[in-house]
Design a protein around this ligand. Structure first.
Ligand SMILES: [Zn+2]
Length: 508
């Protein structure tokens, strides 16, 4: 079955809903607020305000039938409205822009799989093609189906049964389709439920469904023994264009040639309200943006709440791609906050100097990392480098040559004994057991890291809002042009279900 409409494959260009720039005449003149001070700004950040904001976002999600804030949904539209309204209530401190972004979204899906008339647990893959088949035998492939040679000619007219692992879903499905399979069923490589994931975009591949590891292995064994295992499947999804917005707030005062830029993604996955991921980072920024409005800064400060991060950093990437190299060169530092209140937390600072993971950022990334390290250390708090892999909204900025830093408290990575000795919590469990699930709600936020990280954000804003003294100058902007193309390359060619600075084990 073909997709509902060919228009779905069209990617719509987007534009600024509103554009306005700070009036340069206002800079440094006639502005009565005192120059931002570190201690008062940090001290004005309170956990009760952070939690109130998180609760507001949960309420926004739960007020909708889908109970989420995924890009293109009612919940996300109302999230954007919440940020916009809150910032507008601060008076004329910020110029607020809504940058529109449109891309394909799965609005509804249906999936059913049976063998010999008995139904088995299954799931669709995001952007998997629609298809229905009745009484078609399963066929095994060799190895993991990653090499075209792994697919025997005997899959022609059958449903290829393929284990997960080692290469992308798209590669496996392409190989099977090339040998004439009419559909593919991918079974998990761990006992973690039904295989599922994203194909990364609209395609013309054969339909695909997911199975558990146990079911897949059982079918494979029967087929291997010479039995004809007859399957029926029905996979259907309605994909349409979803539109949402980046919210960008720019201080009207402060030097627009030397910008401090802070960002957090405002969208959730479809499974839940997304309160640690990333209501926490979103609310950290909003609370600091509100507190900052009582002060004057020497540097211009920009805050962004990015859309469609969970779809592959799309909102931030769109911003970078539609910004001129000249404007990007004015960003002295981009700071990212994605998951700062994980229940089984550690205190992570992006490893901008590469000392822990050997992946460093443009000059300045190391300086910002040290600013955070010193601040936590002065409070007697231990921090660890967080892998600087570009798997959140700072990725496109890194690709554009912008120095980056940020904080995170862990996603689906596993807490170590060493970290438990420092922070408490449970060794061997995920930093956030509710990661990308319905349980990622206010109840499961950890208050201590939420508050201390938001205060650290305020410290960075006060520091660089006052002065860039000791911070390296930007490299010439011509060095950014080739790098920016990588952003696109990475997005379209790599599995991308996100994110959040941690390893995503379910990508393949
Ligand atoms: Zn996230």
């Amino acid at each position: 079955m073909k997709r509902i409409s060919s228009i779905l494959a069209i990617k719509v260009a987007s534009l600024f809903a509103t554009i306005s720039n700070a009036d340069p005449l206002l800079y440094g003149t006639n502005f009565k607020r005192p120059l931002v001070q570190d201690q008062p700004l940090v001290n004005s950040i309170h956990v009760k305000d952070l939690l109130k904001c998180a609760q507001d976002l949960e309420d926004v999600a739960y007020a909708t039938l889908a109970r989420n804030r995924v890009h293109g949904s009612e919940g996300h539209k109302n999230t954007v409205k919440y940020f916009k309204d809150t910032l507008e209530a601060l008076g004329d401190y910020y110029t607020i822009e809504l940058q529109e972004y449109t891309t394909e979204v799965t609005f509804a899906s249906f999936q059913e799989f049976s063998v010999d008339g008995i139904g088995f647990a299954t799931d669709s893959f995001e952007f998997g093609n629609n298809g229905t088949w009745n009484d078609v035998p399963l066929a095994n492939v060799a190895n993991l189906g990653c090499d075209p040679e792994d697919i025997p000619d005997s899959v022609a007219g059958k449903v290829a049964l393929i284990p997960r692992g080692d290469c992308t879903f798209v590669q496996k499905i392409t190989n099977a389709g090339a040998k004439g399979a009419i559909a593919a069923m991918i079974y998990n490589n761990g006992d973690v439920g039904v295989a599922a994931g994203t194909l990364g975009g609209v395609n013309e591949l054969i339909p695909v469904g997911g199975l558990t590891r146990a079911d897949g292995l059982a079918f494979a064994a029967r087929t291997e023994a010479g039995e004809t295992v007859t399957s029926s499947g029905d996979y259907w999804a309605y994909i349409g264009l979803g539109t949402s917005h980046n919210v960008i707030a720019t201080s009207k005062y402060g030097d627009p040639e030397n910008v401090l830029f802070l960002g957090a993604h405002s969208d959730s996955v479809d499974k839940g309200p997304g309160i640690n991921d990333n209501g926490s980072g979103s609310c950290g920024l909003l609370t600091v943006a509100k507190a900052l409005s009582k002060w004057r800064t020497n540097s211009q400060v920009k805050f962004a709440w990015w859309t469609a991060e969970e779809e592959g950093l799309l909102g931030a990437e769109h911003f970078v791609e539609t910004s001129s190299p000249q404007d990007l060169a004015k960003i002295r530092l981009y700071l990212n906050f994605d998951m700062i209140a994980s229940p089984n937390y550690y205190l992570g600072i992006y490893d901008g100097d590469g000392s822990r993971f050997n992946l460093s950022g443009p000059p300045g990334s190391d300086v910002a990392e040290k600013l955070f390290e010193d601040w936590f250390a002065a409070k007697g708090l231990t921090t660890f480098g967080a892998e600087f892999n570009g798997r959140s909204d700072y990725g496109p900025f890194l690709d554009a040559g912008v120095p980056c830093s940020g904080l995170d408290t862990g996603a689906d990575g596993v807490k170590t004994e060493e970290e438990v000795a420092i922070y408490g919590g449970v060794a061997g469990e995920q930093y956030d057991q509710n990661y990308h699930s319905a349980a990622d709600n206010v109840t499961n936020l950890a208050e201590f890291p939420f508050e201390v990280n938001a205060k650290a954000i305020a410290h960075a804003v006060a520091t660089y809002g006052q002065s860039w003294k000791g911070f390296p100058a930007r490299l010439p902007s011509n060095s950014t042009v080739p790098a920016r193309r990588h952003a696109h390359h990475r997005r379209s060619s790599s599995p991308k279900k996100h994110v959040c600075g941690a390893q995503e084990i379910l990508e393949y």
